[in-house]
Design a protein around this ligand. Structure first.
Ligand code: KG4
Ligand code: ZN
Length: 339
């Protein structure tokens, strides 16, 4: 007996649907939303309207690509939260209608846990092996930065989190100051590859325990640029690559300092990167050197599963399906959702 799960993701500005048969990914269709670009950030009202327009065609394509008919689907997994409420409502309402029509269960998924669960997807781009429990995950996205102890498919404990901005937010906000388009993270990454990472130094936070903070870095970057621009109005133009590389290096240093501490304190030897910022080439290579240095076993997700996608929702839904964790049809999405 195999299990077929349709996954639906609509927490922010990507509408995505994926089909998974057991752990094998059959399709993962993502429709991005260009409409936000000119505003320099996601506009919630526009995001929910775009989801509304995209959701049916995206699901249709995912089913077609997978070669799966509606009748073959055993359950639909959807992102309940955290995210933008209007965006989450589109995925949740779609799932309610779709599952009611087919008489199949719906399964709520926590978006953040799902980012971590990409390490259990089987596909042609997946790593040969998955992490074994317990492992530590460094989850770095646009909205969250967390250190998570993963005890099993359903039990995860956040041992550190950002007290203000997330790492992705720091990338995006600083990229904006450099005149780069939204979202700035991937542009920073590309620029940083041509720059000197040790040319400029920015403030690192002094926060106790495993928690993170990135708002001070953003302010330090802003003031530094403001002071330099007073002396030379062409400063950003002339130094863009070095600024990107130095900022990226600082973000990586901050992330790795706490990770090192958490690995040492917990005694865990396996680490799994997750979330949109895990696409960052500097972070990926710094993690490789760090893992080699300390003898950690490292799991880095394939690029295609780093940013928001429904494959991660489908794989999480699959494991919940096996346990019979179904949701009732009066379920409502949650902008803030804890685990
Ligand atoms: O996980 P994600 O797709 O959405 C959230 O759940 O937040 O993460 C999006 C974040 C954005 O801040 C984006 O700039 C960042 O991931 N990002 C990157 C890169 N690719 C995406 N940041 C740095 N380098 C990248 N290559
Ligand atoms: Zn995400």
């Amino acid at each position: 007996m195999t299990t077929v799960i349709l996954g639906i993701e609509s927490s922010c500005d990507d509408t995505s649907a994926a089909v998974i048969r057991d752990r094998q990914l059959l399709s993962n269709v993502i429709a991005g939303q260009d409409v936000h670009r000119k505003y320099g950030g996601v506009v919630p009202e526009l995001a929910s309207r775009a989801h509304q327009k995209n959701i049916v065609p995206v699901v249709d394509s995912a089913l077609k690509e997978a070669g799966i008919s509606r009748r073959e689907i055993d359950a639909v997994a959807f992102t309940r939260g955290p995210g933008l409420l209007g965006s989450l409502l589109v995925g949740t309402s779609f799932t309610k209608g779709f599952t009611a029509a087919l008489g199949i269960p719906m399964i709520e998924v926590n978006h953040l846990q799902a980012h971590i669960m990409v390490h259990f997807i089987q596909s042609e781009v997946s790593a040969a092996s998955s992490p074994r429990f317990p492992f530590l995950s460094l989850l770095v996205s646009g909205g969250h930065t967390q250190l998570v102890v993963v005890r099993d498919y359903h039990t995860m404990e956040i041992i550190g989190r950002t007290i203000d901005d997330a790492a992705g937010e720091a990338f995006d906000k600083c990229a904006k100051l450099l005149g780069l388009p939204y979202p700035g993270g991937p542009h920073m990454d590309r620029l940083a590859q041509q720059g000197d990472a040790f040319r400029f130094a920015f403030n690192k936070p002094r926060i106790k325990g495993f928690d993170y903070s990135f708002s001070g870095l953003k302010t330090s970057f802003l003031y530094f640029l403001r002071d330099q621009l007073k002396e030379d109005s062409g400063f950003v133009e002339k130094n863009r690559a070095d600024l990107a590389a130095s900022l990226q290096q600082t973000i990586i240093d901050i992330l790795l300092d706490k990770l090192r501490m958490a690995m040492k304190t917990t005694g865990i030897r396996q680490v799994a990167l997750a979330g949109g910022v895990s696409a960052n080439s500097g972070l990926r290579s710094a993690m490789r050197s760090e893992a080699e240095k300390h003898g950690w076993e490292l799991f880095i997700p394939p690029f295609s599963y780093t940013t928001d996608n429904a494959a991660m929702i489908a794989i999480t839904g699959y494991y919940r399906y096996l346990e019979g964790y179904f949701s009732s049809d009066n379920i409502a999405p949650l902008a803030r959702m804890y685990f």
